[in-house]
Design a protein. Structure first.
Length: 132
């Protein structure tokens, strides 16, 4: 694990905006308990404009307790991975806590449209890395 971490850090020394390296190192940092460093890495990935749903999910996790910020990251995660079960569930949960009937209805409508096209939301790479 330490060797892989050093390799990722070398990759970032060469290309500080390497999204794959930022997200992989972010996942490693998150799982090892260094959440502040992980959020910094995911934020850097998001700022490149090329981040995947992984970064947006992580930033939503980091924004828990701040519903407006969490919702903005969840919306980006949904755009990246609209069929992700965790993203859809979290969107519904956070929207419900905000008691905004328009947003709640919009999220329910989007989920229903996805289910109508192909039943069954799934775990995607966007949320599959989250520790249990």
């Amino acid at each position: 694990a330490e060797e892989a971490r050093r390799a990722l850090e070398r990759m970032l020394a060469i290309d500080p905006d390497d999204v794959a390296a930022l997200e992989t190192l972010g996942i490693s940092s998150y799982r090892s308990g260094d959440r502040a460093h992980a959020i910094e890495l995911f934020s850097r990935a998001a700022r490149t404009g090329r981040a995947s749903g992984i970064s947006f999910v992580a930033l939503a996790l980091g924004a828990r307790g701040n519903p407006p910020e969490e919702l903005s990251w969840l919306e980006l995660a949904w755009r990246a991975e609209p069929r992700d079960r965790w993203v859809n569930d979290e969107l519904a949960h956070v929207a419900a806590s905000g008691k905004d009937p328009t947003r709640i209805a919009d999220i329910a409508r989007r989920r229903a449209a996805l289910e109508a096209r192909a039943p069954g939301l799934q775990t995607t790479p966007a949320s599959g890395w989250i520790p249990p």
